[in-house]
Ligand binder design. Sequence first.
Ligand SMILES: Nc1ncnc2c1ncn2[C@@H]1O[C@H](COP(=O)(O)OP(=O)(O)OP(=O)(O)O)[C@@H](O)[C@H]1O
Ligand SMILES: [Mg+2]
Length: 298
Amino acid sequence: MQALTNIAIPGAEAFYRGKVRDLYDLGDKMVMVTSDRLSAFDVIFNEGIPGRGEILTHISSHWFSLLPVKNHILETSVEKMPAPFCHYPDLLSGRTVLVKKCRRVDFECIVRGYLMGSAFAEYQKTGSVSGIAFQSGLKQGSKLPQPVFTPSTKADSGHDINITYEEMQKNIGADLSGKLKETSLRIFQIASEKLLEKGIILADTKFEFGLLNNEIILIDEALTPDSSRYWKKEEYDEAMKSGSAIPSMDKQIVRDYLNTLDWDKNPPPPPIPGNIIEKTLNKYKEIEKVILCITMEK
Ligand SMILES: Nc1ncnc2c1ncn2[C@@H]1O[C@H](COP(=O)(O)OP(=O)(O)OP(=O)(O)O)[C@@H](O)[C@H]1O
Ligand SMILES: [Mg+2]
């Protein structure tokens, strides 16, 4: 199978091509096509991962259907979408959704249950994460006493920047910030509990929200291995005991590989070897299988 990195739909012109998704404007709606493009450190690689767009779409759509929060999905079946999209089911099925077009809140709503990545780096330097102080002695991968909301800006170009909750409040107001924080923490909690029942730890995740008629809508993607860090509980426990790196079920494989290179994380991107692509795809498939089995039944 070949990776679909460049998707052309005859008779339709994308108004935005993001790192992963192509957007088509239909007035108050949008068609969002998730390609097989792979990005890391905000750089798009020349190689895609075959079928990745479908996996990400399946995972998001499943979480959207489970989580008790309004989301942007209107239709997931390509055959029921307007022309010309409905004419290309072979190309688009499984990776395409029709959504409500929202006014995006230009902040990433990140929730962290564990200390990893940029949060760990910040903790090491300052003893706090996003302005929230934590006890000393926490290690890379330590579980936080409670999940924390650590927003970041959505930069139009370049890397997103971690900010404090107070900075977010200053920018979009205390009321909206409060609702976004509460909603993010609530759905993180629900997803974490459901995943743990399947032996998976949700270490952290990023949500995006939009506004439509004064309502908060969960948009973009939800709890995918692109927007989240997933760990197998067993492997996590073992790694914390032995002090080794925690094996990830997400893009970390690609990030780890890139960190072995002498590359400054700016374009042009280095080539990604076939075995890294295959390993990442297998992890994506594994986590997809687990997530699609989750239901909201007790
Ligand atoms: N329902 C929606 N209404 C408005 N914008 C949306 C909606 N759903 C997703 N988006 C936006 O569409 C884009 C999806 O593309 P993609 O995920 O590839 O972007 P990206 O390269 O990650 O860019 P960004 O840095 O803006 O997230 C994102 O900018 C996302 O914020
Ligand atoms: Mg995105």
